[in-house]
Design a protein around this ligand. Structure first.
Ligand SMILES: *[C@@H]1O[C@H](CO)[C@@H](O)[C@H](O)[C@H]1NC(C)=O
Length: 334
C-alpha cells in the first residue's frame, strides 16, 4: 500500500537530512495526509513500564482504535521510559516497553515522540539516536521538531528544560543536560526558532505538543514557566491546541484568556493519583485513570476522543475552523 509506505520512506530520508542540520534549524518532517485530505492519529503519554500498570491493556486498545480510525501516525507526549529513561542505545527497555508492547498492525506507523522529565534522567541522547531506528524504524524522537501533515502543522516542543526546579533542585535525580545547558540560551533560541516556524505556517490547523502541562487540575498542576515563556508564543501565532502528558490522566481544559484548548493525554500506564485541584480555567473533562486520545482532522473539523483501558469512549469534543487565520470555535460537547 503506497499510503502506508510513503510516510516511512519520507521519514527515513529525513533522518539522513537531520544528521547534517545545524542546531539552530528545527527539523521539519513531511508526513502526507490521506488522499481525501484528512488525518487520524493517536496520542499517548507516560507509558514505558514493560507492560505493567495496564500499559499492555492501553496498547491493545490503541491497536483496535488505531485500526478502526485508520491512523496515520502516533504521537507520544513523553516519559517514554520509566523511571530513568534509557541507560543507552542498547538498553533492553526499548524492546520491553516499546517494540514488544505496541505490536498491533495499526500501530506499525511512525511514532513522533518528545522527551519527558523521566527521559532526561537517563541517557537523553540515546533516545535521540538513529541507532534506535535500526532496532525499530517507527521510533522518531527529537527534542523539538515540526511535523507538516498538509492540513496541520504539529510543533513538538522540548519542555523539560523550561522547568527550573529540575536545574536548581534535582533531588536524587541526575538530569542529562548535555547539548541543552545553559538553560536560558537554550530556551531563548528554541522560542525564537519556534516563533519563526509558526509564523511561516499556512496549514489550516496548528498544534503544539509538549510533555509538561500548561493547565492541569491533577498532581502537577499548571507549569508556571510554560505559561510565562511558551504560552505567549502559542497565542500570538494562533495555535489551536496544546497537547501534553506529565500528569497521568486524561483532561480537556478551555482557556479563559485565549481560544487555545489544552488536552492532557498522560494515561499510558501508571495512573489513579487521586489528586484533583481546580484552577481558574474552564475544566471540560477530567479522568484520573489510564487511557489515550484520538484526533481526527479534516479541513472543517477536529474531533478529539478519549478512551479508557477497555476502549470505551469517555469523552468527545469537536472544534470547527473557517480559515487558518482564525481561531477555532467550539462546536460540540459531551
Ligand atoms: C487496570 O485497569 C483496571 C480496569 O480499569 C483497573 O481495575 C485496575 O485497577 C488497573 N490497574 C492498575 C495497576 O492501575
Amino acid at each position: 500500500m503506497a499510503r502506508s509506505r510513503a510516510p516511512m520512506a519520507a521519514f527515513l530520508a529525513l533522518l539522513a537530512v537531520a544528521a547534517g542540520v545545524a542546531a539552530a534549524e528545527l527539523t521539519r518532517v513531511e508526513h502526507p495526509a490521506k488522499n481525501d485530505g484528512s488525518l487520524s492519529l493517536l496520542v499517548v503519554g507516560d507509558w514505558g513500564r514493560k507492560g505493567n500498570y495496564n500499559q499492555s491493556r492501553v496498547a491493545e486498545q490503541m491497536g483496535k482504535i488505531g485500526e478502526k480510525l485508520d491512523i496515520d501516525f502516533v504521537v507520544s507526549t513523553g516519559d517514554n521510559f520509566y523511571e530513568n529513561g534509557l541507560t543507552g542505545v542498547h538498553d533492553q527497555q526499548f524492546e520491553e516497553s516499546f517494540t514488544n508492547i505496541y505490536t498491533a498492525k495499526s500501530l506499525q506507523k511512525p511514532w513522533y515522540l518528545v522527551l519527558g522529565n523521566h527521559d532526561y534522567r537517563g541517557d537523553a541522547l540515546a533516545q535521540l539516536s538513529p541507532v534506535l531506528q535500526k532496532l525499530d524504524e517507527r521510533f522518531f524522537c527529537m527534542r523539538s521538531f515540526i511535523v507538516n501533515a498538509e492540513i496541520v502543522d504539529i510543533f513538538f516542543i522540548d519542555t523539560t528544560p523550561f522547568q527550573l526546579k529540575y536545574w536548581t533542585h534535582p533531588k536524587d535525580s541526575h538530569y542529562d543536560w548535555r547539548e541543552v545547558a545553559p538553560r536560558e540560551t537554550y530556551i531563548a533560541d528554541l522560542l525564537k526558532d519556534m516563533d519563526k516556524e509558526m509564523k511561516k505556517s499556512t496549514a489550516k490547523w496548528k498544534i503544539a505538543i509538549g510533555h509538561h502541562t500548561m493547565r492541569s487540575v491533577s498532581d502537577h498542576g499548571d507549569t508556571k514557566e510554560l505559561l510565562q515563556l511558551l504560552l505567549p508564543v502559542l497565542k500570538v501565532n494562533g495555535i489551536d491546541f496544546y497537547i501534553n502528558g506529565h500528569d497521568h490522566c486524561l483532561e480537556h481544559i478551555s482557556s479563559k484568556d485565549s481560544p487555545i484548548q489544552y488536552f492532557t493525554s498522560g494515561g499510558g500506564s501508571k495512573a489513579w493519583r487521586g489528586v484533583y485541584q481546580p484552577n481558574d480555567d474552564n475544566l471540560q473533562f477530567f479522568y484520573d485513570g489510564q487511557g489515550f486520545m484520538s484526533l481526527q482532522l479534516n479541513q472543517d473539523q477536529a474531533d478529539f476522543i478519549f478512551y479508557d483501558v477497555s476502549g470505551n469512549i469517555l469523552y468527545q469534543w469537536s472544534s470547527s475552523k473557517i480559515s487558518h487565520l482564525q481561531p477555532s470555535i467550539y462546536v460540540t460537547e459531551k
